[in-house]
Design a protein around this ligand. Sequence first.
Ligand code: XMP
Length: 506
Amino acid sequence: LVLVLDFGGQYNQLIARRIRELSVYCEMVPYDISLDDLKAKMPSAIIMTGGPASVHGEGAPHCDPRIFTLGIPILGICYGMHLLAQELGGQVKPSQVREYGRTNMELVDDDILFNDIIGPTQVWMSHSDSVVTIPEGFRVIARTGNCPVAAFSHSQQKIYGVQFHPEVKHSLKGMQVLHNFLFTICGLKGDWDLNDFIAESIDEVRRQVGDRKVLCGLSGGVDSSVAAALVHKAVGDQLVCVYVDNGLMRKGESEQVLKTFKDNMHMNLVFADAGARFLSKLAGVTDPERKRKIIGAEFIRVFEEEARKLGEIDFLVQGTIYPDIVESGTKTAHTIKSHHNVGGLPEDMQFELVEPLKLLFKDEVREIGEKLGLAEEIVWRQPFPGPGLGVRVLEEVTAEKVHILQEADYIVREEIKKAGLDREVWQYFAVLPPMRSVGVMGDGRTYAYPIIIRAVSSDDAMTAEWAQLPYEVLDIMARRIVNEVQGVNRVAYDITSKPPGTIEWE
Ligand code: XMP
């Protein structure tokens, strides 16, 4: 196990990600973890992350300094390096020139940390403080034009500090540095894999749950689906899943969920067919926020009704994943978000949570889904808003509009898949705006809705670029939608990025 002490840096999740890419298991813990808790985890190595603070700043985060005397190899990155330097008797000062971005680093002394790296090498810097005096017994092993101590080492004590960010791809040999630290210096093997993880999680869920009953609100999304499949492997029919069909799902989606979980995996699945209820609540409502609130509240009501029918339930499965828990920027305690995959459940429903994916990243969750035999459509599902098509039918939601949108959206998805773009484009869907216009079809005049196609590329949905889909793909989508979907006479393509647009229209 490698422990990553989180000092709030923006790349912290990336550090954990990179270590796992080297098949080494790691966990991120708050920087102020107690010495006893840290020792109990018996880490083979410790990595101290970067962070926004200055070691001289008021309330600067410090870890227990006794950690440095345990004989566990340590790598401090950026702020982590400054803290090491300061605590061990060196000196840190504000740099004359703030270094930000790519820079070349010279290696000034041989060290195993830089095995198989030939200098100068490009690294990624982002700092305003620098180490000016190294602690006694340490050596300077690298420098850049503006930073005389870009890396230091104490090879007997196996304590290392780097000013640059090895986890960022722009540090071209960053992975090699992590590799050298973990394998050559710490002697780790790189033998962690997701099969072990699955086996361990199954044991853990069994221990936690015993012979009691577990409930899971299944949305058909990747995280809740994989969590349910894993818990089912552990406790079989003690798990009951509730799937609420709010009538605002995409075409074929509810059938897919039923087929996967009920027919293929033989799971206990309660299917709440509540479309009519949702639509009647939404009648006449045009404001998007009101629509969201109504859908959210109705969801809880249906879920609660179904759960009550099942009698006493002790546990609730949540598809919380690692990025939901760890957020860079602040102390862990402040940033744990309460993620409620089943919406804010009423407080009188007391469950203990089962969160088998809480240490995994999205791509690891997908890999586990595949290993557990979940359908590809579920494992690789694109993000989809909780309120479903209720968001993408603008203004009032009616059964007719939902039907039009489902059909058009299905064609968009089908053509993207045919073109082999389904794993490349982050999100792709159809939107139904609330107006009609004149067109001509055959020899007659039409007065019908347009469909807007939206497709974006993105890494995290925070920003997005409109996807430059090939004209041929857009052309065939447009022809098919107008020909096959009753009530549509026009197709437009949204070429707005985010910002200033959002991904969804609502
Ligand atoms: P916007 O439209 O704000 O969307 O650019 C950003 C991302 O969030 C998704 N989205 C949601 N996901 N529940 C979700 O789980 C929601 O209510 C919701 N609303 C938007 C959206 O699809 C995009 O990926």
